[in-house]
Write a protein of this length. Sequence first.
Length: 203
Amino acid sequence: MSYSINTKDISNATGLLRGAVRAVEKAQMRAINRTASKTRTAASKAIRKDVRLKASYVNENLKVSRKASINNPEAVITGRKRPTRLARYGAKQMSRVAKQASGDTSRGIASGRKQAGVSVAVKKGGSRKKMRKAFLIPLKGSNVMGVFVRTGRGKKDIKHLYGPSVDQVFRAVRTDLKPQIRRNLVTEYERQLANALRQELKR
């Protein structure tokens, strides 16, 4: 009894091997990118559970800055590093009675009252912090407010106050996301590999 192996058999085996390699590479890339997208969504929710920031602001400043590719199977999620205006953290103008005061509608101060500091709440669910020497003023060239304190007697002797950046909060919450990331990556890889192998078999 004899059995012969010809070049066609070798070619078929080589083709299957190459197809399997392509499937693994595609599955890896797609799984990483899908997991990065899910992680970014989960991180946004975690950040907003930790601090008092709006979803629109966090989502605008937390991005998948680099997607995985076949040659570089790594995705990167980046948060805005520049500090966040303290005014974004639920800043509210406080006021007190002052009979001769004209008020200030831009800051929500009624006539007969004057400014008496600003209250903010950085942590979600935490108590508000009253800053008696702080005040709200509109930022130059915009309609948004900033929280300032005076640093001297001159007109320009003021300091704009900031709270934690999106990146700072992201770094604080991302450790808690690691188990979820691992689960998502394993699940996505298995699903993507099965799909990629089916596509290769149809070639």
